[in-house]
Design a protein around this ligand. Sequence first.
Ligand code: PGA
Length: 242
Amino acid sequence: MKVIKVKDYAELSKVASDIISDLVKEKEDAVLGLATGSTPIGLYKNLIEKYNNKEISFSKVTTFNLDEYCNLPREHEQSYYSFMHQNLFNHIDVKPENINLPNAIGDDLEALCEEYNEKLSKTQIDLQVLGIGGNGHIGFNEPGTPFDQETFVVELAEKTRQDNARFFSSIDEVPTHAITMGIKNIMAAKQILLLASGAAKQDAVKKLIEGEITEKFPASVLKKHDNVIVIIDEEAAGALEK
Ligand code: PGA
């Protein structure tokens, strides 16, 4: 795991966007694994700016998102479909048919998982962007998720629902389930870029970098991958030994 320490969120977003734009310049049909949450918003803003400056084009890029809430209408402003369109897709030239998010609306959620897993198994993600949850989750792979797990329906941990309640009018509105890529799908990416910013991520970053590999802390699996870059800012790095 290569750890890059930066000063603050602005620098984290810049370094991350440079890594992605270098990849897209080199491989115009790159397959990007994307994440939602507050952390990658600055990265996405920078990518939009690079697109507007004609530095990069996404016209041949394919994207796969990590997860989606179950049975939250796509039009709901907190669906990850809406999030990705508002924060990135509406502002760049990615082709709608090349955008992939789990379809998590329906009665047969297991079949929808299989459908997404099938799509993932037919390609290889060149670079997967990840945030990290306060409890070490990646995607919605909560503590205790087996490392060989593929796309599945997850019941969200209470901590995750509380963390995400800030985006809804009350915690009761936060969905209880989501479809997420499993850890195995994430680990299949050629390269992984994990971003962590702010003091709230100190404990998670410390466990990720200094702790043992355990299913109790899902992000620790990344130590088994040979091409992972972790970008942390000073606040997120605050609890590290050095
Ligand atoms: P955040 O979420 O970027 O909103 O902190 C990260 C995550 O839960 O994976």
